[in-house]
Structure formats: C-alpha cells, structure tokens
Ligand binder design. Structure first.
Ligand code: SF4
Length: 161
C-alpha cells in the first residue's frame, strides 16, 4: 500500500489537460442530460478497431469520464447507445431491441465510418446497413477508426462539458 501511495506521489497525473469544450452545439435530444450521460456500447459488426479507440477514450490518458460520460452494462441503465461497426444481418434485430430497452429520452451515437455509412463493408452480403438504417442516429463520429480525441469530443457534445 505504501508503495502504491509513493508511486501516486511520484508519477502524478497522467491524463491530458482538458481541451476547450467542442465548438459545435449539442444534439437537441442531449439537452435533457444535465451534464452526465450513461452509455451502453453496442458492437453491431465492428472489426474491433473502434473498440480499441473507445477503450483509449475511457483510459487514464483521455479519461472520458471526467466529462460526465460513463459506460454501463445494461441498456436499461443507459441514456445513450454508442454503436460501432456496420450493422450485420444478425445484429440488426438485437440493435433494435437494445434501442427499445433504453428509457426515453435516448440518444444514439454512431462511432466510426462503418457505423456512419457502412465504410469498407458497404455492399457486403452480410450487411443490413449503417446504424442510421436501423435506429435513429443523433450524433456521428467519423474515422476508421476515430481517434480517441474525436470520441471524447463527441461525448462532450452530449454532456455539454
Ligand atoms: S470504422 Fe474502421 S476501425 Fe471501425 S469497425 Fe469499421 S473498419 Fe473497423
């Protein structure tokens, strides 16, 4: 325990300093969130590149939680869905049902180019569509994969912090 306290004292804070708040406005539905958002992540058919970046966005360096965003284990506890990947045929119905399980008012964030417009998987036989073809999308985060800064920036648009 003593070693841990000593390490905390010597290493100090590793998180990047907070950048200025994002310039663009909140999505209209995010106004009710009052500065904090509980997020359920759904992998609808991702290659997992986006998941690696989401992991970084919530890691100690980018620390998405300091802006009021928190990952939760159930859609029933969530305000928003963070959906990655193109929506495969097998995941279209689970995504619809997960969306229905989120209490209103609810938001959907499409993370990555696959989620936005099918990306490199457009036209593939197992693809049902982009996220917006299955559930209504409030915010899109571009990139293949998006950088953690872009994901954090998107989360800050939701919380307004
Ligand atoms: S956007 Fe890129 S990194 Fe993300 S799931 Fe699609 S191919 Fe993978």
């Amino acid at each position: 325990m003593l070693r841990l306290w000593r390490k905390i004292r010597t290493v100090g804070r590793v998180a990047e300093p907070a950048p200025l708040p994002p310039a663009t406005d909140q999505p209209p539905a995010a106004a009710a969130l009052a500065g904090s958002v509980q997020i359920r992540h759904v992998d609808a058919g991702s290659c997992n590149g986006c998941e690696v970046e989401i992991g970084s966005a919530f890691g100690p360096v980018y620390d998405g939680e300091r802006y009021g965003a928190r990952l939760v284990a159930s859609p029933r506890h969530a305000d928003a869905l963070l959906v990655t990947g193109v929506v495969t045929r097998n995941m279209a119905e689970p995504l619809r049902r997960t969306f229905e399980a989120v209490p209103a008012p609810k938001l959907v964030v499409a993370v990555g180019d696959c989620a936005r417009n099918c990306g490199v998987f457009a036209g593939a036989y197992g693809v049902a569509g982009a996220v917006g073809d299955i559930v209504p999308v409030d915010l899109e985060i571009a990139g293949c994969p998006p950088r953690p800064e872009a994901i954090v920036d998107g989360l800050r648009k939701l919380t307004g912090r």
